[in-house]
Write a protein that binds this ligand. Structure first.
Ligand SMILES: C[S@@+](CC[C@H](N)C(=O)[O-])C[C@H]1O[C@@H](n2cnc3c(N)ncnc32)[C@H](O)[C@@H]1O
Length: 226
């Protein structure tokens, strides 16, 4: 089935959030990083400003800046309304209220939009749909990330996840996935099934992180080579 922009909900986070979600140390920031399902996050833009190396992967990068801008505008009110209707599912300590949430997300997505065309020319934003194999050679990257895509979209199923994580582990030495809850803020069977599958050949851990917006969403899954 063709990937359609009207079925996506573009919503992007920033570098400070990525640092906390993935426990990124100063030394991690100097690694060659690939980020899957990176969407309209400002992680790539902000890292590039710091002369760091990030490649972002997402099928929404096939669309034009203007199409993405329109889709972000269309979905912003819906996401804000949904969050307002489920305030109790979120932790309002670091982000204090809905207005601050809206401002942080819009600012990240504006930075992404400004960077998008340039980043595409520099092959920092690559149109690619998982779980398909990417064009990268084995171990091109030190670290592969997935924020609010894999595991969160548990409806994509176990096979989709096994194939996607296998591809991530082919191109990177280590992968980190945050959060390990699904869209209903519940822990599905998926993380346990993935752990069972990958722990035969890799070192698999679940770590607490200093980021919690979705209630109880403060853990990341890491998979490393033995
Ligand atoms: C909720 S957004 C998260 C964006 C960003 N990682 C962040 O945390 O701010 C989820 C992203 O996953 C992307 N996505 C959905 N299906 C995908 C697929 N099959 N392969 C790669 N990315 C996908 C969507 O296009 C969207 O940009």
């Amino acid at each position: 089935m063709a990937f359609e922009l009207k079925n996506t909900v573009p919503w992007g986070r920033n570098l400070d959030e990525y640092r906390r979600m993935f426990k990124l140390t100063d030394s991690d920031l100097n690694k060659r990083i690939i980020s899957f399902g990176d969407g309209p996050a400002s992680f790539n833009y902000e890292m590039t400003m710091l002369s760091k190396s990030v490649v972002s992967i997402d099928p929404i990068y096939q669309f034009s800046k203007n199409d993405l801008k329109i889709r972000i505008k269309e979905t912003k009110d819906i996401v804000i309304e949904q969050t307002k209707n489920n305030l109790q599912n979120f932790v309002w300590t670091k982000i204090k209220n809905i207005n601050e949430l809206e401002q942080i997300r819009l600012s990240a997505m504006e930075n992404f939009l400004q960077d998008f065309e340039n980043g595409k020319k520099e092959s920092r934003y690559i149109n690619h749909e998982m779980p398909n194999k990417t064009d990268f050679d084995n171990l091109t990257f030190d670290l592969a990330l997935s924020s609010h895509f894999l595991i969160l979209y548990s409806q994509l199923g176990l096979e989709f996840h096994i194939s996607s994580l296998t591809e991530m582990l082919r191109v990177a030495k280590e992968i980190r996935i945050f959060p390990i809850l699904n869209l209903d803020a519940k822990k599905s069977e998926l993380p346990d099934n993935l752990i069972r599958h990958f722990e035969k050949d890799f070192i698999v851990t679940i770590e607490k992180v200093d980021y919690e917006f979705q209630k109880d969403g403060n853990e990341m899954l890491t998979i490393k080579r033995n």
